[in-house]
Design a protein around this ligand. Sequence first.
Ligand code: CMC
Length: 436
Amino acid sequence: MTPSEVKATLAFSDGSPTMELPIYKGSIGPDVIDIRKLYAQTGKFTYDPGFLSTASCNSTITYIDGDKGELLYRGYPIEQLAVSCDYLETCYLLLHGELPNASQKADFEHRVMHHTMVHEQMQHFLRGFRRDAHPMAVMTGLVGAMSAFYHDSTDINNPEHREIAAIRLIAKMPTLVAMAYKYTIGQPYIYPKNDLSYAGNFMRMMFATPCEDYHPNEVLVRAMDRIFTLHADHEQNASTSTVRLCGSSGTNPFAAIAAGVACLWGPAHGGANEACLNMLADIQNQGGVAKIGEFIKQVKDKNSGVKLMGFGHRVYKNYDPRAKLMRETCHEVLGELGLQNDPMFKLAMELEKIALEDEYFVARKLYPNVDFYSGIVQRAIGIPVPLFTAIFALARTVGWIAQLNEMIGDPEYKIGRPRQLFVGAVSRDVKPIGQR
Ligand code: CMC
């Protein structure tokens, strides 16, 4: 961290002594005011629920400029990575800081694609779930259970353990997601096929059966790979911060990633693509395009509790760059499958147009986010809606690991322990039960 010449001065209106706070400059983005000594020197905490103004760490992995609509992984714009690199190259970049050369890429691919099988006992573990369990409930369990299966990679402080845990998690997530899906529909699991691409292998595990092989369509595989790349990391979002906080206690990498999966599940985060498709289906059932006006009215009514899912973002106050790329993929996939006239897609396009012109959304800088389109693409590929968030988790696993590894390697890292403003009852005595 580079100290700035400028310092912040904190003054109090009650005459308490002022405090000088150092400021650090990042390579880009806002400077940060270092408040670590604030409590020791003033006896006061800062108050920032939802972390609206708080940097919880310094990081070299992902940079977002929400006003510009810019997303960089290790300095590379997402637009270039999505077009010029595949997902596994992106994984290598996130984990190691640089894009791989040809031999590093081949070696990394070989390592990942030779760890795709999961312990056979996992099948028995999976069998304990109800068949109608939500895939994210299953994934939270399966990823957490990995720590019970791979004992030789559970020491978070051992770089070799972290390295092998990283490869295992990236390699096995597609297998686990596909197994969770096959389980819900009562079909046999399909073992991975390591000579396929990462995305192609995933699609085959999803859609092949023992009686009929699946030959992945290149356009659809590219779309899947792009979904993975666009979701690979997104700096200190809720699930990543969860992984960091969970890992900061020294727990094993599988447990920390399982915590990330659990956090991602929520509809304000990774669950938005599922919620978005459900919203489109509801509007469709109520009359489709003709009902958009009524729906938008509800969205604008604060008391209705209805949100336009797939719109808005905590950081992007401009078009989400991932949404632009996903929109392009959406057209490609629907074209390939001859689904351009699909009523749900038409509805989504109409909704997008109306919302982008509406004063409510314009004034609040609410633009479509990646989930608005990724749901439509996944549905067209044949992925059932409840599985969308599990696929997001699969893709985000590498980001979580990269962030976790960065934290463990940071000499300044400490167990995360936020403080609070206590506004509850002060000390009082317990009364005997008859007097309460
Ligand atoms: N529909 C209607 N109004 C909205 C929406 C929306 N989707 N998003 C924000 N607003 C309004 C909000 O009511 C508020 O209005 P006002 O100023 O009048 O009170 C204003 O816009 C600012 O919203 P906010 O709640 O302060 O913004 P936030 O940064 O806390 O929330 C968000 C960000 C993503 C949780 C929210 O936009 C949202 O719930 N969107 C829908 C869910 C969604 O698509 N989430 C996926 C995010 S992208 C995937 C990921 O990275 O996880």
